[in-house]
Design a protein around this ligand. Sequence first.
Ligand code: ATP
Ligand code: ZN
Length: 285
Amino acid sequence: MRNLKIAIQKSGRLYEDSIKILKEAGIEFNNGINKLKAEAYNFPLEVFFLRDDDIPQYVEDGVADIGIVGENVVLEKNKELNIIEKLGFGKCRLSIAIPKEKKFTSLQDLQGQRIATSYAGILNTFLQKNNVTADIHEISGSVEIAPGIGLADAICDLVSSGSTLFTNGLKEVEVVLKSEAVLVSNKNIAFEQQKIIEKLLFRINAVRKAKNNKYILLNAPNEKLEAIISILPGMKSPTVLPLAEKGWSSVHSVLNENEFWDIIEKLKENGAQGILVVPIEKMVL
Ligand code: ATP
Ligand code: ZN
């Protein structure tokens, strides 16, 4: 059986989280510097280390079966790929920014302006949709200095905190696209490789679900149990165990991060004591 081949960024902003997601899925491989590829010891996977810009092409051609890359790159390269899963890291936005002293009221202010970007394809589509005709200057790096050196009136670039814009005297005026790392795949995956992808996704999702959930243990007087159980969501229903002290029970359950603090407050109001919250490593439903 042929191994599944995955392409990930060889260095840069997606590198560490890409490695981490595979390692947390229990896949062990050697990721030494200057390596082009590595074979996993305990999973039918081969890892290719590439520049992120090249990943869509390699996956379209089938040199790699799947890849981890930013949605921004996937859209810009416009290759024949399937996006199979958003991965929750590498979050950023592609935004238009202008010198901070300039006025901005609407996108129409960009009419006839020179905009520097590495994302000419995405920007062009966006401007067309908004009936703006601008002069797009495609450059491959250091886009944020273009207005300062008189090369452009505005830029369209990736932003996460906005500090790079700020230090270059720019302000963000329009979000063109929100992006995160995604898992992409070739359009024609053979049956055997498809099975390996499913195994990999199953593991990745178990780890991600676990991160969003906490295991909670608490003590409650028996007369309050009914109220407390009605507050807890749990996977099925909570586990209730008698304590050595008469009239008291220990209640165990799983809480989602989003509702966590609300529920903890309600539990306390309803007489819960000694609340312990512990991380979950993996979660298989
Ligand atoms: P490579 O050498 O692989 O071509 P690169 O310099 O093009 O690397 P990075 O800067 O490492 O790329 O960014 C990789 C991806 O990380 C981006 O395409 C984007 O999806 C994501 N990203 C997240 N936050 C940011 C940010 N603030 N600026 C740029 N990219 C970001
Ligand atoms: Zn790149």
